[in-house]
Write a protein that binds this ligand. Structure first.
Ligand code: HDD
Length: 685
């Protein structure tokens, strides 16, 4: 009895149950009279096998789960649209990249190593996969938030993933790389060194999915309507800037709110604060590529923007949360092989392997070659061929002839050389071999470039990342091997990590296959060298007690609104409360349920009469201490002075601890826009 609803995919209709008739029915449409009690013989007698209502319900429930993704199991999907800029036609004939073209998209962000229920803020690479529902078919740009990868050849991917996933004998550690098997693998694969620098940096603990860059990683081709090919690398830049958590914060957020990133995304979109990214390419010719001192087919290398600047080609806005997580986010199937005319592959051996792996994994995960018929995967342009049958065929193909060419039906659909996809006719020749090109042999120079490009705090965090992870690695030989690699990257980096581990002078000697080059720093690699000063999209936590001064509250709300930030009130109790003027407010959180790690900056506005009680609360002291040691800007009223003194006696003269006088938030906002008070850090860690 469910109504049909069009999803706009090729004119197909699909049944939905959300808007179904109000009567509860079985899957066969039979109205159900009693959904609370199983059929029994007498009120206290045995249950009857005959009870098809109960059996259908339980059987369906028993089969509700599908295998989680073998990697990127924990993810969050959002709908949106992509708008192309002018001027792309000299690069590509792709229809969705032509001027005045808007294309619906579905974007899924993910962690890599953790299982579906793991915390959002684990140290990890983040997946950044976008499905463009173009008029020439679906195009999937399946990238990450880091521009390089651990390995150069797809044949090593199962080993990489087995090394980072929980050990097969004990099934832990979960959602972590801080363990022996991961460091064993990467220390035996020096090609991982550049990626390890990224993964140990703040990039691996993003503040928000809305504040991450994205990268296509591989070199792709764009083909224009004259058939000319240009190499490209894809970059997504977030409008809000690229920001990260601090490691201690990430660890605590994992406990306080394991859904931190998905909640943040859901809330922002729900509030109409739509995240936006600009898509750019680095475009370069094959001749230019020949001149680089690295191989553009090697996915462990990036192209410094100083060498090839970014050309913006469009923007993506995410503006709609999913209606059903399983139907959309879980069932969405990305494949790098989903391509459109105007874009093509390169010979990057990692990319070539991926072109096989994704279709294969969808078959086992979604269970049928008809997964393209699931609404979230179905193209939004007409599609037709003679593929037939298979598990869960949702369509009713008509006609007598299921082959091409045929003369029995009307002969269609037929191939079309005019508009059909053609692979770029690159000239390829050579002997059949299993060999890594010599041009892939330099594993340290770009790792050094990354290190040199970092600001001081970023370098400190990288050292901290390596020290933490290797500290969890019990096998001393693995640590020594890693220290040897770090030595090849940069002696100062290696020494700092060795010192933190208490292993000075214990690095293995590892000879690089080719000499490490003298590289220049590349400024765009740093998140903080040119981070925008903004509160846009950030979250302010306002700590209050049993009531709050009306003027302070209203002015804080106003200031947050003006900056495009969200302000949430944390009170001592969860129930409704009143301001001093009797205005009703409903706190967003109560103190014990919302540690300050959940906010970007904080305001303290307790009432004088509540101070004695507040100072006796460990949760309040921890709240302020954590905000201070996570380098946050703290704004406070007069009554809060005692709380600051009790929780952080070292806060005196700190530029980020700002007294809010006469409800004027100007100084607080100015400071808070800096995101963190970096100069506070050396004395704390
Ligand atoms: Fe992969 C999923 C990104 C290398 C095999 N990958 C997956 C997802 C992302 C990436 C974002 C999640 C898609 C989603 O949200 O559903 N993968 C990358 C990037 C890589 C990369 C940027 C290197 C540049 N991947 C890679 C290799 C292989 C795979 C070398 C295999 C040879 N990846 C898979 C997979 C997954 C996957 C097993 C698991 C679930 C899925 O595909 O749909 O096929």
């Amino acid at each position: 009895m469910s109504k049909s609803q069009s999803h706009g995919n090729g004119g197909e209709t699909h049944q939905t149950t959300s808007d179904a008739d109000k009567t509860l029915t079985t899957n066969q449409g039979l109205p159900i009279s009693d959904d609370q009690n199983t059929l029994t013989v007498g009120p206290r007698g045995p249950q009857l096998l005959e009870d098809f209502v109960m059996r259908e319900k339980i059987t369906h429930f028993d089969h509700e789960r599908i295998p989680e993704r073998v990697v990127h199991a924990r993810g969050y999907g959002v709908h949106g649209y992509f708008e192309a800029y002018d001027g792309n036609s000299k690069l590509t004939e792709a229809a969705f990249l032509q001027p005045n073209t808007t294309t619906p998209v579905f974007c899924r962000f993910s962690t890599v190593a953790g299982s579906k229920g793991s915390p959002d803020t684990a140290r990890d690479v983040r997946g950044f996969a976008v499905k463009f529902y173009t008029q020439q078919g679906n195009y999937d740009l399946v990238g990450n938030n880091m521009p390089v990868f651990f390995i150069q050849d797809a044949i090593k991917f199962p080993d990489l993933i087995h090394s980072v996933k929980p050990a097969p004998d004990r099934d832990f550690p979960q959602a972590q790389s801080a363990h022996d098997s991961f460091w064993d693998f990467v220390s035996l694969n020096p090609e991982s060194m550049h990626m390890l620098m990224w993964v140990m940096s703040d990039r691996a603990i993003p503040r928000s999915l809305r504040m991450m860059e994205g990268f296509g990683v591989h070199t792709f081709r764009m083909i224009n309507d004259a058939g000319e090919s240009t190499f490209v690398k894809f970059h997504w830049r977030p409008k809000l800037g690229t920001f990260s958590l601090i490691w201690d914060e990430a660890v605590k957020v994992s406990g306080a709110d394991p859904d931190f990133h998905r909640r943040d995304m859901w809330n922002a979109i729900d509030a109409g604060d739509f995240p936006e990214w600009e898509l750019s390419v680095q475009a370069f010719s094959e001749e230019e590529a020949e001149a680089f001192d690295f191989d553009v087919l090697d996915p462990t290398k990036l192209i410094p923007e100083e060498l090839v600047p970014l050309t913006p080609i469009g923007k993506m806005v995410l503006n709609d949360n999913v209606k059903n997580f399983f139907a959309e986010t879980e069932q969405v199937a990305f494949c790098p092989s989903h391509i459109v005319p105007g874009i093509d592959f390169s010979n990057d051996p990692l990319l070539q392997g991926r072109l096989f792996s994704y279709l294969d994994t969808q078959l086992s995960r979604l269970g049928s070659p008809n997964f393209h018929q699931i609404p979230i995967n179905a193209p939004k342009c007409p599609f037709a061929n003679f593929q037939r049958d298979g598990h869960m065929q949702m369509e009713v193909p008509t006609g007598r002839a299921a082959y091409e060419a045929n003369s029995l039906d009307d002969g269609s659909p037929r191939e079309n050389p005019e508009i059909g996809f053609t692979s770029h006719a690159s000239a390829e020749s050579g002997k059949k071999l299993r060999i890594r090109p010599e041009s892939f042999a330099d594993h340290y120079s770009q790792a050094l470039m990354f290190w040199k490009s970092m600001t001081e705090p970023e370098q400190r965090h990288i050292v901290g990342g390596f020290a933490f992870e290797l500290g969890k690695c019990k096998e001393l030989n693995i640590r020594k091997r890693m220290l040897g690699h770090l030595h090849n990257v940069d002696k100062d980096l290696a020494n700092q990590v060795a010192q933190a581990l208490g292993m000075e002078g214990e690095a293995d000697k590892i000879s690089p296959a080719v000499p490490v080059r003298d590289v220049k720093p590349s400024k765009p690699l740093s998140q903080y060298a040119s981070a925008p000063e903004t509160l846009q999209g950030k979250k302010i936590g306002l700590l209050v007690t049993n009531t709050v001064d009306d003027d302070f509250y209203s002015a804080a709300m106003e200031a947050a609104k003006e900056e495009g930030a969200m302000l949430e009130v944390i009170a001592l109790k969860a129930g409704p409360m009143q301001t001093t003027d009797g205005k009703d407010i409903q706190p967003d959180h109560f103190l014990a349920g919302a540690p300050s790690v959940l906010f970007d900056c904080v305001l303290l506005a307790p009432m004088e009469e509540d101070m004695e009680m507040l100072l006796s609360q460990a949760a309040a002291i921890d709240w302020v201490r954590d905000a201070f040691s996570h380098l946050k800007v703290i704004g406070y009223n007069e009554a809060a002075e005692a709380l600051i003194e009790r929780s952080c006696s070292d806060a005196k003269d700190d530029p980020g601890v700002v007294f809010v006088e006469d409800c004027d938030f100007t100084s607080f906002v100015k400071k808070a826009k800096q995101h963190r008070i970096w100069q506070r850090e050396p004395s704390l860690r």
